[in-house]
Design a protein around this ligand. Structure first.
Ligand code: LAG
Ligand code: CA
Length: 511
């Protein structure tokens, strides 16, 4: 793939603005020659011709702590129509009691009965999502059970103690690891693969995943979820399950089951994401971390190169995200509080051709442990999205942020679907502004600086008037964003400071 970059020397911001205003930055003929010719179908775009949208639907959304009923409604009313291809749920199995969000990560049994909903509601949610064209991935907690020292009763009424889950697992049957490190059996060093995989993560009873009995039980649980229609799994804490154990489990699931392993990349650690790539896909934590630094530093164009180096998973294995429920609590990555910067990071994620993007959607919090809003019995209340969409909204604790509905993010999901597999083609940069195209179907322009950029940006889009879908959608043929004219291979754009603009073949500005 030919990469085209118009380089400039650094100038003062004002000088760059002056240069950009009304300026045409020409690309050499060699730069555009690698771009495929547009298909010969004519569209409403006017004088030119444009290919049809690719219809890719490869964007996912993690609806953190959403109830099954709320996810079902969201699939029908928003996710399907917006073009989301799949949704990741929170863990669906019975869990320990408590108001904190993380109770979901302490399984008591594999009954699909939790404060997010019943088995029946879960099945109905999967069916509703499928009807809306949205696949469902469940978060599978299979490395461990609870981390409480005292015995208790789970959400669905099952009794348990730390190393005894009647009818499922027991120490007597050899179902748990006891690694013998320190007094607590907790992981003390991530530089030691044995500890990472056979000791306990935060006191959580560590399943002996190498045994036939434990593998049988995990396969039975995942098979049960598949019988309810799920399409695949996020494997929670996969780094703590030896890759060969996980491979043995996954090898017993039907071909085509989607698997994405959670293996947090840590420098100098012996257990790496690459070790899990033969099993399925893997979450690439480095992307969100790196893009955070680039957005904060204003060097947006660097983000387009993320993933091309050897330090990342290969693109066809990697799932990328700006943040997830853990990193947003660690505050190491951008999140909803970061407003415009958060939007820029999401635009970059949805524009890149590296990996498979996951949008995150959670609730506002100031206490790291705070769970979602619950009723007196502890059942989570169905999510309600506020009428006002971000980024310029302040949220009160517990309020659902619904990032996946923010105008810019939803608009970019449509953009992504329209460009499909088209590779990153022409790039353009000037000062703090940066643009990339995807084949002949889409153009994104980002402005990481503090002054408006007005420019004529080279594009492979055919002539016509396009709707800037970052600013607003096309509804019933009307562009609620800003119309942008493309003429003679140049898009005439104005991009406000720290915002982006995106055009694609599926969103003509109309009349
Ligand atoms: C994960 N991926 O590998 C999840 O993404 C992450 O959210 C889970 O931690 C973790 N692994 C275990 O599945 C979460 C919370 C922890 C919480 C844990 C178990 O981030 O804070 O630990 O779930 O509920 C909590 C307490 C610990 C305590 C432990 C056991 O915070 O202090 O030791 O419970 O009682
Ligand atoms: Ca383990």
């Amino acid at each position: 793939m030919q990469r085209c970059t118009a380089r400039t020397t650094r100038r003062s911001r004002n000088a760059v603005l002056a240069l950009l205003t009304g300026a045409v930055v020409a690309l050499s003929a060699a730069c555009t020659s690698g771009v495929p010719a547009p298909a010969a179908t004519s569209t409403a775009l006017g004088s030119g011709s444009a290919p049809a949208p690719a219809g890719a639907r490869d964007v996912g959304v993690q609806l953190f702590q959403w109830t099954w009923d709320a996810i079902a409604t969201e699939c029908t009313d928003h996710l399907g129509p917006a073009g989301y291809g799949w949704v990741l749920t929170s863990p669906p199995q019975e869990h320990v009691l408590g108001s904190q969000w993380w109770t979901a990560y302490q399984p008591v049994s594999y009954r699909i009965e939790s404060r997010l909903g019943s088995r029946t509601q879960f099945g109905a949610m999967v069916a509703a999502c499928h009807a809306a064209g949205v696949e469902v991935l469940a978060d599978a907690v299979i490395n461990h059970m609870t981390g409480k020292d005292a015995p208790g009763t789970g959400w669905a009424g099952s009794t348990y103690s730390h190393y005894d889950y009647p009818g499922i697992w027991s120490d007597a049957a050899g179902d748990f690891h006891h690694c013998g490190v320190g007094s607590s059996d907790d992981i003390a060093s991530y530089k030691d693969a044995y500890q990472v995989q056979s000791c306990e993560l935060s006191n959580l009873a560590d399943l002996a995943t190498g045994t036939q009995h434990v593998q049988d039980g995990i396969v039975a649980y995942l098979t049960d979820l598949l019988s309810l229609g799920v399409d695949g799994f996020r494997i929670d804490a996969a780094k703590h399950v030896p890759a060969e154990d996980l491979a043995a489990v996954v090898g017993r699931l039907p071909a085509g089951t989607r698997i994405v392993s959670e293996v947090i990349r840590g420098s100098g650690e012996p257990v790496t994401p690459e070790q899990y790539a033969a099993i399925g896909d893997v979450l690439e934590f480095a992307w969100g971390k790196d893009v955070t630094g680039m957005v904060r530093g204003g060097s947006l164009r660097l983000a387009a190169g993320l993933g091309s180096g050897a330090t990342y998973l290969p693109s066809d294995k990697a799932w990328i995200f700006v943040e997830n429920h853990d990193t947003e609590r660690g505050r190491a990555t951008l999140g909803y509080r970061d407003g415009a910067d958060y939007v820029l990071a999401n635009v970059l994620m949805l524009a890149t051709d590296y990996g498979r993007p996951i949008v995150y959607s959670g609730y506002a919090f100031s206490d790291r442990d705070a769970g979602p809003v619950q009723d007196a019995a502890g059942k989570v209340l169905d999510a309600q999205c506020p009428a006002a969409v971000g980024p310029d909204v302040s949220y009160t604790d517990g309020e659902w942020v619904c990032q996946h509905r923010w105008t810019a993010i939803e608009g970019m999901v449509g953009w992504r679907d329209a460009v499909g597999d088209d590779p990153v083609g022409d790039r353009w940069e000037h000062g703090d502004a940066f643009a990339l195209s995807r084949g002949t179907r889409g153009l994104v322009v980002l402005n990481g600086g503090d002054v408006e950029v007005a420019a004529q940006v080279p594009t492979t889009l055919s002539d016509g008037s396009y709707c800037d879908v970052v600013a607003g959608p096309v509804v019933e043929g009307r562009c609620l964003g800003d119309p942008v004219t493309v003429r003679g291979g140049l898009a005439d754009v104005r991009v406000a400071p720290r915002t982006a603009l995106a055009l694609h073949v599926g969103a003509p500005a109309g009349a």
